[in-house]
Design a binder for this molecule. Structure first.
Ligand code: IMP
Ligand code: MG
Length: 183
């Protein structure tokens, strides 16, 4: 058996991320034109992106968080989605901006958008830090996307592999030795 390894390759450094988050915030500020918005951050992966993005938004904000879990398939994606933590404020009559780390199969965002739309929000939009459109299993389109990537597993800037690497200031592609073995 070869020794196990995890190799990180930098994709986006902190300066590129900061520049992109500013651009996204400009787009979002223009769209809401000063109207109040409820930011719904998706735990845990989006906590850093959510904090950075919010500090660039200029409209009156409220913030709450959800945590989602998927059952029945891999630990990161797919399967049936459930809340393990719901938001704690009413959304009726409000503009909602979901802030998510990555859209992969789309199952999590499909579930969350439908759940929040049922609560009589005026509008529900999605800001996703990363989009992997080629992996979609259900049609979900983010209104604001930081970076589009092809397949590949990424970590850093809030994103984890087995709860590690969230604290890295950049985004890295993660290679595991099982990749080399074709597993
Ligand atoms: P979806 O329901 O398949 O779209 O799941 C998206 C969720 O899977 C994200 O919010 C992440 O928590 C996780 N995920 C998907 N791809 C990655 C990745 O490349 N790195 C870290 N987490 C990922
Ligand atoms: Mg997530």
């Amino acid at each position: 058996m070869p020794e196990s390894f995890e190799r990180l390759t930098l994709l986006y450094d902190a300066a590129s991320i900061d520049a992109r988050v500013r651009e996204m915030a400009e787009q979002i500020n223009a769209r809401y034109a000063g109207e109040p918005v409820v930011v719904v951050g998706v735990l845990k992966g989006a906590f850093i992106f959510c904090a950075d993005l919010m500090r660039r938004l200029t409209m009156p904000l409220e913030v709450d968080f959800v945590r989602l879990a998927s059952y029945g398939r891999s630990s990161t994606s797919g399967g049936e989605i459930k809340f393990t933590k719901d938001i704690e404020m009413p959304l009726a009559g409000k503009h909602v901006l979901i802030v998510e780390d990555i859209i992969d199969t789309g199952l999590s965002m499909d579930f969350l958008c439908k759940q929040l739309a049922d609560r009589q929000a005026v509008s529900v939009s999605i800001a996703a830090f990363v989009d992997k459109p080629s992996r979609r299993e259900v049609p979900v389109k983010a209104d604001y996307v930081g970076f589009c990537i092809a397949d590949g597993f990424i970590v850093g800037y809030g994103l984890d592999y087995a709860e590690r690497y969230r604290e890295l200031p950049g985004i890295y592609e993660l290679a595991l030795n099982s990749d080399a073995a074709g597993l």
